[in-house]
Ligand binder design. Structure first.
Ligand SMILES: Cc1cc2nc3c(=O)[nH]c(=O)nc-3n(C[C@H](O)[C@H](O)[C@H](O)COP(=O)(O)OP(=O)(O)OC[C@H]3O[C@@H](n4cnc5c(N)ncnc54)[C@H](O)[C@@H]3O)c2cc1C
Length: 417
């Protein structure tokens, strides 16, 4: 297809999407969903089903797995059209942007046919089971154990900080299958059905009052061999791919989203709206802050576009997602601080008399999450320095050493009860 033909094709798609959205999707909610509200999960599944039935689910996923088989330009056009409507954004991270993308990249034909359509039609939500109580940054040091049996594995151990595990049907779990190999070599990635004997999920209350995070305990959980994603003991390849999808998702550059994911930050600048609501737009300091927030979002959008383009043209490798993830976190933290400064420090304790507290105050308290989720800011800096700038690697005493001989902390494996 020529460039003109493909532009026309996107415009035809845009008009079709616009008409369908107007007819079928509910208007955007006045209040964004709170993480504390579990009702957002069934609602997201319901909205996703609408998109699926209307032929707008999984725009960049192949048709063979229930998607639309269209391009990034189609997804961007769709995202521009969905702003006035309520969309199943709850499913974007991790189910769509990280897990479905990883299944698409590494799954067998059977796995893709089994799991992707059920994600795209809203039937099944997923969770990432990566971080452990002993640490999340050094993911290759996982201690959750999957012991090989005749035609599968027995899983035992614990995962933590798993967003939305309580609402998930399946999880992608990084586990150690071979303790005699160095840490990166004895890992496998397993598909875990969450509702089965031996899986216990506990919710964790966060500082902002929500209980979205979970800790899971696996007590001799049976995992059939068909549920290995990628090669046994060579799961680190899958993990690296998954982390690339995660960084792209967190940096707003994933094409595998379900509406709204690629919308430029500067086009939905809620800080301007905040200053307007509080009737503070005439205050010189507030004007400075609003301008700073807007400039940050413009710079982030342009960086995102530049890095994504460079990655798609092969000029930057997959580790470049770390730039987006780093920038996304820094901008998000600064914008939270700006919102708090505009609305007043008392918003941080959200008195009932301060209506902004519920949104601005909660975001401020949870702001550090953006520096940790998807791998911490420090780890992104390490990736940029080592893998993009080719600076020397960090020293590591465990490199090349069989994992069974590496000194490490003990792992709790039972629920608190
Ligand atoms: C919003 C949010 C959502 C999340 N969702 C999930 C999820 O769905 N599934 C999941 O498995 N996990 C999830 N996590 C966990 C997240 O991946 C971890 O918090 C993160 O990887 C860091 O691990 P940790 O918290 O164990 O910190 P640690 O690994 O213990 O690190 C502690 C501190 O040390 C720093 N540090 C560690 N190593 C280095 C180093 N080599 N160089 C410099 N500094 C270093 C880190 O940056 C951090 O500040 C989520 C976290 C957040 C905040």
């Amino acid at each position: 297809m020529s460039e003109t033909e493909s532009k026309n094709d996107v415009e035809v798609f845009r008009l079709r999407a616009r008409a369908w959205l107007e007819e079928n999707m509910p208007p955007e909610r006045a209040e964004p969903w709170s993480h504390a509200d579990a009702a957002r999960w069934p609602r997201a599944r319901e909205l996703q089903r609408l998109l699926f039935d209307g032929g707008f689910a999984g725009i960049c996923f192949p048709k063979a797995y229930g998607g639309q088989g269209l391009s990034l330009a189609h997804q961007q056009a769709f995202d521009e059209e969905v702003t006035p409507y309520e969309m199943p954004l709850t499913l974007n991270v991790p189910t769509f942007g990280i897990i479905a993308a990883t299944l698409l990249e590494f799954g067998t034909e059977e796995q893709k046919k089994r799991y992707l359509p059920a994600i795209l039609n809203g039937d099944e939500a997923w969770v990432q089971l990566l971080s452990e109580p002993t640490g999340g940054s050094d993911l290759a040091s996982v201690m959750t154990r999957a012991t090989p049996e005749a035609d599968g594995f027995v899983l035992s151990g614990s995962k933590v900080w798993s967003s939305g595990a309580y609402a998930a049907d399946y999880g992608i779990c990084v586990a150690r299958t071979n303790w005699d190999l160095p840490k990166h070599d004895g890992i496998s990635v397993l598909i875990v059905k969450m509702d089965q004997p031996g899986v216990a999920v506990e919710r964790i209350r966060g500082v902002a009052g929500d209980d979205e995070f979970c800790q899971e305990f696996f007590d001799d959980v049976w995992i059939p061999a068909a549920n290995v994603l990628g090669e046994i003991d060579a799961g680190w390849t899958v993990v690296r791919g998954l982390l690339v999808h995660e960084r792209n998702s967190m940096g707003g550059a994933s094409p595998y989203v379900s509406g709204g994911g690629l919308m430029p930050l500067s086009r939905r600048d809620e800080i301007v709206a905040l200053a307007q609501r509080l009737e503070l737009t005439g205050e010189p300091r507030v004007r400075e802050l609003v301008a700073e927030a807007h400039v940050l979002s413009l710079v982030q959008d342009q960086t995102s576009q530049r890095v994504t383009d460079a990655m798609m043209r092969g000029k930057l490798g997959p580790p470049a997602g770390a730039i987006l993830r780093l920038m996304g976190a820094r901008v998000s933290v600064r914008r939270s601080d700006i919102a708090l400064e505009i609305s007043g420090a008392d918003t941080g304790v959200w008195e009932a008399s301060n209506p902004e507290g519920g949104v601005v105050g909660k975001r401020f308290l949870a702001r550090q999450g953006s520096e940790l989720g998807g791998g911490s800011t420090e780890i992104q800096r390490n990736i940029i320095s080592e893998r993009l700038l080719e600076m020397p690697r960090e020293p590591a005493a465990d490199r090349g050493v069989p994992f069974s001989q590496v000194r490490r902390n003990a792992m709790p494996s039972k629920p608190r009860g």
